[in-house]
Design a protein around this ligand. Structure first.
Ligand SMILES: [Zn+2]
Length: 404
């Protein structure tokens, strides 16, 4: 989910809106401004109802954001990176860059979201009660009553034990703790999610044919989203099992063909592009320092007449925007890190910061194709899945004779 509008950082976490979130705002503004508010608090000008509806919609988005921030901050406390939070059509998404290492962490990261929504409901309820007691305009009190109710519904819906809802992750954590097998727990939670999603789709279409058509379509849409997300989650769990224990050094292309940042595009084409079947050229300066990454796509974008005049450094993806790893890092961690980068390639450095390899899409495809040819791995039982910290990884790499 990409953010179309950046709202800056909250607690160090980048927060953004996807343009589709406007649909939520529109539904709330129309439903409240033309429906609920004029019916319950009659006798006011339309502009007042609309203003109240807009403010309510914005406060609702703020409470959604609080729910996602809670997930993000607890994940970070458990050592999991957070690349950002995006609000969109069906609510919020907190994008984590790793997985919980223990069932307990998994449980806390999931449960804190609904807990925050309940806390928000209590807060809105308290404000409504205070405003009511002080005799403030009933419409304003009504806004906070509505926000309280919506946040309770949000918490309850999210606690349904169906992945990818928070309740599904709670289920996964509980089963993981009981069975000691994260993959099996994740697949069971995903199956529950898919079943629940299909049930919502069926219920939604029943509603369409029996009356409240819009709510029915909305429910069917949410159901369909859950079915897809649950399937993706199951796939991810299976992928994690297949690539379990595979290190970057096992799959990287070693000793890549490099180029100097001062070489021209035409020079590189003459020297290697026409001779070798490579799609990625790291730039390395005369001191061995990594200076960026040039791909075939970037070379093709230079018009032919410009190629003798354009330096590789001018078209390279700068070093700061190329994901990197060490040979001893887990491949899954790197793939997760790479998903946020457009070029789909990573560079591999040894302990002295020298470029020793590349990971390209074809390396990853090959790793996936050969995953089941590898010696059977020990089933990931509980603590066995613990992701090594950087220090442990380095020690492991040295033990395996890599990165030297
Ligand atoms: Zn949540």
């Amino acid at each position: 989910m990409r953010a179309s509008i950046n709202l800056g950082r909250v607690g160090g976490v980048p927060v953004g809106l996807n343009i589709s979130v406007l649909v939520i705002v529109a539904i709330l503004v129309v439903g409240l401004g033309f429906g609920r508010f004029p019916v319950e608090y009659p006798g006011l000008p339309l502009a007042v109802y609309l203003l109240a509806a807009v403010v309510t919609a914005l406060l609702f988005l703020a409470s959604l954001l609080a729910h996602e921030l809670a997930h993000a901050l607890v994940a970070r406390r458990h050592g999991i990176g957070v690349s950002g939070i995006t609000l969109w059509l069906l609510g919020g998404v907190a994008q984590l860059t790793g997985e919980a290492r223990t069932p307990g962490a998994d449980l806390r990261i999931a449960a804190v979201g609904p807990a925050t929504s309940l806390a928000a409901a209590a807060l809105f309820g308290l404000v409504a009660w205070g405003l009511g007691a002080a005799g403030i305009a009933p419409l304003v009190t009504g806004m906070f009553v509505y926000l309280g109710i919506v946040n309770v519904l949000l918490a309850v819906f999210n606690l349904i034990p169906a992945a990818p809802l928070d309740g599904g992750r709670v289920l996964r954590a509980v089963l993981w703790a009981r069975w000691g097998d994260r993959v099996r727990a994740a697949i069971t939670a995903a199956n529950a999610g898919r079943t629940f999603g299909y049930a919502l789709v069926v219920l939604g279409f029943l509603l369409v044919f029996t009356g409240p058509g819009f709510q029915g379509l909305w429910l069917a849409l949410i159901g369909w989203f859950l079915v897809n997300a649950a399937s993706a989650e199951e796939q991810q769990a299976r992928l994690g099992a297949a690539l379990h224990g595979i290190r970057v050094g096992d799959v990287m292309s070693r000793s890549p063909v490099t180029a100097a940042p001062t070489e021209t595009v035409a020079g590189l084409i003459d020297r290697v592009v026409m001779r070798e079947r490579l799609s990625t050229y790291p730039l390395v300066d005369e001191f061995g320092g990594f200076r960026g990454l040039v791909t075939l796509n970037r070379i093709r974008e230079v018009p032919p007449e410009q190629r003798p005049l354009t330096l590789l450094a001018d078209i390279a993806c700068p070093p700061g925007e190329v994901p990197s790893a060490r040979p001893g890092d887990g491949l899954l961690d790197l793939m997760r890190a790479m998903s946020g980068f457009p070029d789909g390639r990573a560079v591999v450095f040894d302990d002295d910061g020298r470029l020793v390899g590349l990971v390209t899409p074809s390396d990853i495809t090959r790793a996936l194709q050969t995953a089941d040819l590898r010696a059977p791995y020990a089933a990931p039982h509980g603590a066995d899945l613990t992701v090594l910290g950087p220090e442990e990884r380095r020690a492991e790499a040295v033990r395996r004779g890599e990165g030297r």
